[in-house]
Write a protein that binds this ligand. Structure first.
Ligand code: BGC
Length: 349
């Protein structure tokens, strides 16, 4: 390996140094940024052994700082939306920034994706990044101490999210990588196949806030329980798809919360790359990059646009602080948040 495992990646306007960390285990190579604990690239061998970078990203810190697509970033304190930027906890109402129509999205104006994380540990195949979110940051209660561990394990990348708080708080951490199994910059993913281990999803209103019910996917274009080309039903006149401009929905992963279990499967015929996603979390936001800005320049010569990638954001359900029927996202003072998501790669038979 001739690339330095730790190198500078620019300086923020307030003078914070950002670094790029490279992990490699002879099968997978990934690049991380301390800005946003971002996954900047993930290089996977294709069916002919050629390296393919399956993650969208940018070349400069400036682009990461000014983007609003959260490319590759760790999202927190609460991934996805909280209705009206308000919730009540232990009898007290909290008010958060409203940064997505009428709602709070992805932790607010300066969520975890836009902060510089500390490097706690770094080896060839493992990096531990940490962040302290002070009491009241973005309106959330309690000092939250967060650790994210990226680890290459054979042909898998695992991401472990740990957190502790000194006051009860919502906590919902995810990674917002945009995957394209034909290679980043190769255009739309409509012919790549997806399967979700989800027999239910949470339908949402026109601002993407769940209606509070779990609905069976069966008999609708939300039924992705068998391998289906991503583009097969995307533009069908199904109200939920019209409201989301494509898939942008939380799917309820089958099986027990807290156990690492299959969440998704994806395959690209051209490269032969298969990606299986496993998680301990209750849900996954399957998002077909509907709002990627058309013509936006990405890494190298790449040009991105809507549907040039898909996201599998493992998570507590959107708006769960306001939805008593959903699994609770409240981390209690003195308790421990400990969730893992794993992306496993192989070649199609
Ligand atoms: C949301 C989308 C949003 C995207 C980028 C996804 O998690 O569900 O609606 O456009 O993140 O912010």
């Amino acid at each position: 390996m001739n690339e330095s495992i730790r190198c500078p990646f620019g300086t923020t306007p307030s003078g914070e140094q950002v670094e790029q960390l490279t992990l490699s285990n002879g099968i997978l190579t990934c690049r991380l940024l301390t800005f946003g604990a971002t996954l900047r690239s993930l290089v996977v061998p294709d069916k002919d052994g050629r390296p393919v970078d399956v993650i969208l990203g940018y070349d400069t810190l400036e682009e990461y700082r000014t983007q609003d697509g959260y490319l590759g970033a760790v999202v927190g304190r609460f991934a996805n939306r909280i209705a009206g930027g308000r919730f009540t906890l232990n009898g007290r109402e909290y008010t958060l920034a409203v940064n997505n129509g009428p709602n709070h999205l992805h932790g607010g104006l300066v969520g975890f994706s836009y902060q510089v994380w500390a490097v706690e540990e770094l080896t060839a195949d493992r990096a531990v990044l940490s962040l302290v979110s002070p009491d009241g940051q973005e309106g959330y209660p309690g000092t939250l101490r967060v650790r994210v561990t990226y680890r290459l394990e054979g042909s898998a990348l695992s991401i472990r999210y740990e957190a502790e708080t000194d006051r009860d708080t919502p906590c919902n951490l995810t990674n917002h990588s945009y995957f394209n199994l034909a290679g980043q910059g190769s255009g739309p993913v409509l012919d790549q196949e997806i399967a979700l281990h989800a027999s239910q999803y949470t339908p949402a209103d026109g601002t993407s806030i769940p209606l509070g019910v779990l609905e069976p996917v069966s008999g609708t274009p939300m039924d992705l329980t068998r391998p289906t080309p991503i583009g097969a039903h995307l533009d069908e006149p199904f109200p939920q798809l019209e409201l989301g401009h494509g898939y942008d929905h939380n799917f309820v992963i089958d099986g027990p919360i807290g156990q690492l279990r299959p969440a998704a499967w994806a395959r690209c015929a051209a490269t032969g790359i298969v990606m299986e996603t496993e998680t301990t979390l209750p849900g996954v936001q399957f998002y077909t990059a509907n709002f990627l800005e058309p013509g936006r320049k990405g890494k190298g010569d790449a040009v991105y646009g809507p549907r040039h990638a898909f996201c599998l954001e493992t998570q507590f359900f959107p708006d769960s602080p306001n939805q008593p029927g959903f699994p609770s996202c409240i981390l209690r003072a003195g308790g421990r948040y400990d969730h893992t998501t794993c992306y496993r790669f192989s070649i199609a038979e």
